[in-house]
Ligand binder design. Sequence first.
Ligand SMILES: O=C(CO)COP(=O)(O)O
Length: 120
Amino acid sequence: MKIALIAHDGKKADMVHFLSRFRDILEKADVNLVATGTTGSHIEKSGFEVEKLLSGPIGGDAQIAAMAAQKELDMVIFFRDPLDKHPHEPDVQMLMRICDVHNIPLATNPASAELMLKSL
Ligand SMILES: O=C(CO)COP(=O)(O)O
């Protein structure tokens, strides 16, 4: 089982907090984590093993979308910051579209991500 993790800057602390809350579930389900670069660094610092891709604005979101299109992901958790602007918004939209095209579970906030993890 592979889960992709992405968080905009204003949501990185929320991502780390969220993963810490569900550490048990993630370990029991033998989940492999992959993340965009800066999100991945934060996650790593909190004690998780995670594969780090490029930072989002320079192609990390696109890399995650490519993995989703190739059916390499079981789930995507993307804590977006709806109150901030992002220069790579087209990549963000593309990632979400690809998840829909390939019917990959996508959570964009902690409440939905919690429901998805509890289903593991
Ligand atoms: O920009 C992002 C998502 O759109 C996240 O990228 P980083 O994890 O590298 O900050």
